[in-house]
Design a binder for this molecule. Structure first.
Ligand code: UDP
Length: 243
């Protein structure tokens, strides 16, 4: 199944619902396709404007979903339909929820030491019967990479959630895609932190008010500087609009 694509500053974002994204990922797991899914928010798209490698990876990805109110806004501003936000965290939870009945094997890769393990415990409590077949933190040297690849390969996951931050997770997944041979890999940023309770998502009312970016900016002062990417994104998208 292919979805309408909206190019936002060169990044091809699929216009689809959460349900469609979940079904597509499930199909790829059934077909053992080796798909790379990226979750694009405004910040990632801005990064791609000055990181040619990231842009190329996103252009070659099997699916780029609109993770963020800014991405949905941009599509609408450019005159295209974009039914809803497909947040990486929500997509991951939807797939984890279905994992027991579908008999999927899942691997959690990334975040600080201990976080992926806690996220595994959380997943086991939330989704009884889930098979989290491996966990590995996201802090490693290049010399450790062959071991990590072997660990993932030997665990034979159907779904790999990579939480190394943007653009490290996208670059890593792309570089080792063939070697890993995982049917579906998704770069999920702070998802394991949220599952483990080391980071919080914005309250639902803020998510609904499309203010999750503001919550993250305020709660994680380290990220405050990154908020500047948003007005830049708005200007760049507006300037890219064909009149
Ligand atoms: N991270 C990691 N390895 C690194 C750098 C970051 O595992 O070398 C993790 C970090 O601990 C955090 C996640 O990547 O759990 C990045 O989360 P963030 O919410 O900042 O995601 P982004 O917005 O960058 O996608």
């Amino acid at each position: 199944m292919s979805f309408p694509i909206v190019e936002i500053l060169g990044v091809p974002v699929a216009s689809l619902t959460m349900q469609e994204a979940v079904e597509q990922a499930e199909r790829w797991m059934d077909e053992r396709h080796c798909a790379l899914i990226a979750t694009a928010n405004a910040e990632m798209i801005m990064n791609a404007t000055h990181d040619a490698e990231l842009l190329e990876i996103l252009r070659a990805a099997d699916l780029v979903v609109p993770d963020g109110a800014g991405t949905v806004w941009a599509a609408h501003h450019l005159g295209h339909a974009m039914p809803e936000r497909v947040a990486g965290y929500d997509l991951a939870q939807a797939l984890l929820k279905r994992a027991p009945e579908k008999n999927r094997r899942v691997f959690f890769f990334g975040s600080a030491p201990g976080v992926a393990k806690k996220a595994k415990q959380k997943a086991e409590a939330l989704y009884p019967g889930i098979q989290v077949v491996g966990v590995r933190n996201g802090y490693f040297s290049e010399a450790e990479e062959p071991t990590i690849i072997r660990e993932i390969r030997e665990a034979q996951p159907d779904l790999l959630l990579a939480a190394l931050g943007v653009p490290k997770q996208e670059k890593w997944l792309k570089k080792y895609k063939e070697e890993l041979g995982v049917p579906v890999s998704i770069g999920v940023g702070g998802t394991l932190d949220v599952m483990a309770g080391t980071a919080k998502r914005a309250p639902v009312w803020m998510q609904k008010a499309k203010l999750e970016w503001l919550f993250r900016g305020i709660l994680q002062p380290k990220r405050a500087g990154r908020l500047l990417a948003l007005p830049k994104f708005v200007f760049r998208v507006h300037a890219s609009r064909k009149h």
